[in-house]
Each structure stands twice: as C-alpha cells, then as structure tokens.
Write a protein that binds this ligand. Structure first.
Ligand code: GMT
Length: 377
C-alpha cells in the first residue's frame, strides 16, 4: 500500500510512534511518505520505500500566525496526486485531522477518493483539543475520519466523554521494537553516570507541566535520603529551569544530571535501575514502555492509560497523582532489595513484550484495510 503519514517530527511521543510505525510498515513492504515540516528526529535512514516531503509555510507579513494547516493540506493534495498515495494516516488530531479532511475534500473534487485514518494520542484530546477554541474543529475532524484509533482504552473513554463522537474508535496500543532495547551495547557505561554503589533513577519527557517534574524531584529527594542514588533527567522543556533551581535550593544538584534531548534513550536506560513517570495526564506513557523494554521497573502515577502499560506489582508500581510519599516508598521497596530489583527488571521486560511491534503493526494494517473499504463502499 502507498501510505502518507502526517505527524509532528519532534521528540513528542506521537511523532515517535508515527515514525516507528512508518519504518515498520516500510519493512513490511509498504511505500511510506512522511509529510511534515521537518524530517522526523527518529527517521535516521531514508530507504527506497521511505520518503519524506517537507511542508514549508511561506512567511507573509500580513499573517500574525502562519497558516500551517493550509500549507499541509495543499502539500497532501499535491503528494497524493504525484505519488499515487492511497491512504492518509494522521497522528495527533490538531491540526492534522483537520488538514487531512480538507485534503480529502479537495481531492474528491478531482475524483480522487482517499481514506483518512486519524490516531488520537493524548493531549490532542485531554489537554489542547477540548479547549472551546478548538473543540468544534476537533470534533468535526474526528467524526469525519474514515477510521479513528486511540492509543489506549482510557484515551478512547476520555474522547467519548469529552466530545460528541459519532464514529467508532479502535484501540491500537503503542508498540516497541524490543530488540532495540536488548543490552548488547559495549557502551552501556554505567560508571560514567554513577558510582558502583549508587542506584540510577531516570526520567524522560518533554519536561512540560503535565509531567509533574517537581514530583520526580521530590520522589528522588526522599529516595536519596535512604540510599545512595543519582537522578538522570532526559529531555528539554519549560520545567527544566525551575527543576534545576529546585535541585540547587535543596542541595541535590550534584546528584541530578540533566542530559537534554537524546536520540539514544535506550543507551541511557541500559544503565538505569528505576524509571519515574508521575504525570498528571498520560494517555499511554510510551516513555514507561521504553523503560520496561530495557528491563527498568517503573514508578508512575495511575492516570489515564498508564495502568494499561505499567502493571502494578509486576512491572513497577502505580500511585495516585501527586502522592510522592507512596511513590518514594514503592521506589525504595524495589531499590533496596537486590532480589526484588531483579524480579521487577525481568517482569518489566516480560510485560513490554506484550507491546512488541510485530504484534501491534498488523492491527494498523487491518485498520487500513477497513478504511479502504469505507471509501469504496
Ligand atoms: O505530552 C507528551 O508526552 C507528548 C504527546 C505527543 O503526542 O507527542 O504524548 C502523548 O502521546 C504519546 C504517544 O502516543 C503517549 O505515549 C503519551 O502518553 C501522550 N501524552 C499525554 O497524554 C500527556
């Protein structure tokens, strides 16, 4: 099949999932066209059946806001015609589903009927999308997609609760190529980050408010009072500067390492003992799944789709949002007992195997078949 994937090209989870999906589809023999404003960060290699088409928005002084949706929908129309693309798969409703719908309509005028699959990722529904300024457009573009998928049951429930949805939503969970997280690296250099006797705790995110970085720091603060430990924070975002200040004020700056964005998260997870994800909202928690695939147990909040990924007492523990005392207690339960840590590491890895790429990508292929039929009928 000849498929266009529209996504955000940055370090956000939806862009990562879209990119990994495109790569997996190309490996399955599909022709995949990424259409976005920059080459996706995880798309390192362009192979013969992976293509990237950049959306440029010409600047004009009249516009206070550059009309990206307009440029994207025009680009979609042009690329569909030029490359005989058969299906649009848009990731993150805003503004991709809206632009995709417009492209569909423009193409239909020319007698080209192309299905659109929309995948809802999380904040497009739970944070941004339900703002009254966007809600009518988001509702419309979901209802006018040929097939809609969501990355967890929890996100499906949220979508049905928050929007007036008249279309089915198929749950297709996020996935992971567990082979990428097998620790065969000779460069799993733990000693670069911590002393032999110190435990390494990791957090990876876009350091936005929704990730509750202060909870990460408070949990770590309590843990390091009981056992020697280091905290590695990976990512860039608005909460980074306040977090650095918090560490300074609490005298733990030397124990907290801010690494910035990284495309080698698997190498960092390779030497991590525990992963923290205390988010306010999390439709799935891809970062938690990546940790688990690396054999790193997860201490997370129990919000949104996290309980569908992190299994309480098996791959880690879940606590109520903001309950840093419980999170720290759970972290210490795992970290202070070598046998317990080993048990959780093994179980985390086993749990991640349920989300293996080969199990999930065929579900998207089924969705594509269904979408093609919708348009033909
Ligand atoms: O807020 C983020 O973490 C980025 C955001 C995105 O769309 O790029 O992540 C959302 O999609 C991810 C991939 O499906 C999910 O794993 C994250 O849980 C979800 N984030 C939230 O719901 C806050």
């Amino acid at each position: 099949m000849n498929i266009a994937i529209v996504c955000y090209p940055t370090f956000g989870g939806s862009g990562v999932v879209a990119t990994e999906l495109g790569i997996a589809l190309a490996n399955n023999g599909h022709e995949v066209h990424f259409i976005t404003y920059k080459q996706p960060v995880k798309l390192e290699l362009l192979s013969h059946n992976i293509h990237f088409h950049e959306v440029s928005v010409p600047k004009y002084p009249l516009f206070q806001y550059q009309p990206y949706e307009l440029a994207l929908s025009s680009k979609l129309v042009n690329m569909v015609k030029l490359h005989n693309i058969e299906l649009l798969h848009v990731h993150y409703a805003i503004p991709h589903a809206y632009a995709g719908y417009m492209a569909k309509k423009m193409l239909a005028e020319e007698g080209i009927h192309i299905p659109m699959v929309t995948t809802l990722h999380g904040t497009d529904i739970t944070l941004v999308g339900n703002h009254p300024f966007y809600k009518p457009a988001v509702t419309f573009s979901i209802n006018n997609s040929d097939v809609v998928t969501s990355v967890s049951q929890s996100l499906k429930d949220d979508t049905l609760r928050l929007f007036d949805i008249k279309t089915d939503i198929h749950v297709v969970p996020n996935f992971i190529d567990v082979t990428k997280y097998k620790h065969t690296f000779s460069d799993c250099k733990r000693e670069m980050m911590a002393e032999e006797h110190e435990k390494i705790i990791t957090h990876v995110s876009n350091l936005r408010e929704v990730k509750r970085i202060k909870d990460v720091l408070e949990v770590f603060y309590k843990v390091q009072e009981s056992i020697p430990a280091k905290l590695i924070i990976v990512g860039e975002g608005p909460e980074k500067a306040p977090a650095e200040e918090w560490c300074e004020n609490h005298g733990i700056s030397k124990k907290v390492i801010f690494l910035g964005n990284s495309s080698e998260v698997n190498k960092i997870l390779c030497f991590s003992d525990l992963f923290l994800l205390p988010s306010e909202k999390e439709s799935f928690g891809l970062a938690a799944l990546e940790a688990m695939a690396s054999g790193v147990p997860v201490i997370s909040s129990n919000t949104g789709g996290l309980p569908e990924v992190n299994k309480h007492g098996i791959s880690g523990y879940l606590s109520d949002v903001g309950d840093v005392a419980d999170m720290a207690e759970n972290a210490l339960k795992i970290l202070s007992d070598g046998q317990e840590l080993l048990r959780f590491k093994i179980q985390a890895k086993e749990t991640a195997q349920g989300f293996e790429t080969n199990l999930i990508v065929p579900l998207y292929e089924e969705v594509y078949e269904k979408a093609m039929k919708e348009v033909v009928s």
